[in-house]
Design a binder for this molecule. Structure first.
Ligand code: F6R
Length: 242
């Protein structure tokens, strides 16, 4: 695990975008794994800038989202289907039909989860996965206690994740309590991973992920088992590293 401590958001965005640019230029028809939430946004804005000003192309790329809320229509303003379009994919040259996510309104969420896992495998797996991290150490919606070998599945969100995400909804009661999430085993099959976090409220989770024991108590700690992880954090998020 390589940890890069940056001094501001702009430097973090450049580090994240550099990883994407290298993989896009090396692999051509690349499969990207995309995260939602606030952590990747600065990196996404830098990728949009490089697309517009420097010709960085995503035309041959496909993308799989990490997760989706169960029950929200795909055009709901807080659905991850819509979020990734508004914040990244509508602003670059990726084919919209190549941006895939679990169907939160599927009649059978378990069958949908299996289908999604298979579609990632059929695409040849993810070449580069970007991740954020929850203050409780979750990645995607793999909450503490998730099996380190878990696959895409319906998951119940914890109270702390619902509280963290309430800022995006009118009220806490509006936050869905179920999601479809790639599993920790699914995520670890990505060939390369870049995880980014900022702020004091992520410091404990970052320290446990990088230096703690590998444990379902802090799900992101399973990334210690992965051979190619870059962690881009600001000084506040790095503040509990020894
Ligand atoms: C988003 C996701 C989540 C977030 C995490 C951090 O697709 O899977 O695990 O990465 O909750 O969220 P932010 O970045 O908003 O702090």
């Amino acid at each position: 695990m390589q940890v890069i401590i940056v001094s501001d958001a702009a430097e973090g965005a450049r580090e994240v975008a550099d990883v994407f640019e290298r993989v896009l230029r090396d692999a051509g028809a690349v499969v990207l794994g995309l995260a939602t939430g606030s952590s990747p946004l600065a990196g996404y804005r830098e990728l949009i800038r490089r697309h517009r000003e420097e010709g960085l192309s995503f035309a041959s790329a496909r993308a799989f989202l990490l997760d989706e809320y169960v029950g929200l229509p795909s055009d709901h303003e807080q659905s991850y289907h819509r979020f990734i379009r508004e914040n990244l994919t509508w602003h670059i040259d990726i084919d919209d039909a190549a941006v895939l996510s679990p169907q939160g309104q599927a009649a059978d969420p378990i069958a949908e989860a299996d289908r999604y896992d298979r579609s990632i495998a059929e695409a040849g797996g993810v070449d580069l996965q970007i991740l954020g991290i929850g203050s409780n150490g979750h990645i995607a919606f793999n909450e503490p206690g998730s099996s380190l070998a878990s696959r895409t599945r319906p998951v119940v969100l914890t109270e702390s994740t619902i509280a963290d995400n309430a800022r995006f909804f009118d009220s806490r009661e509006d936050v869905p309590t179920l999601a479809l999430s790639q599993g920790l085993g699914t995520i670890r099959e990505a060939k390369e991973i870049v995880l980014t976090a900022t702020g004091e409220n992520k410091a404990r989770a970052i320290a446990q992920m990088v230096e703690g024991p590998i444990s379902a108590r802090w799900p992101a700690s399973c990334l210690q088992l992965h051979p190619a992880v870059t962690v881009v954090v600001d000084e506040a998020a790095a503040s509990q590293l020894e």
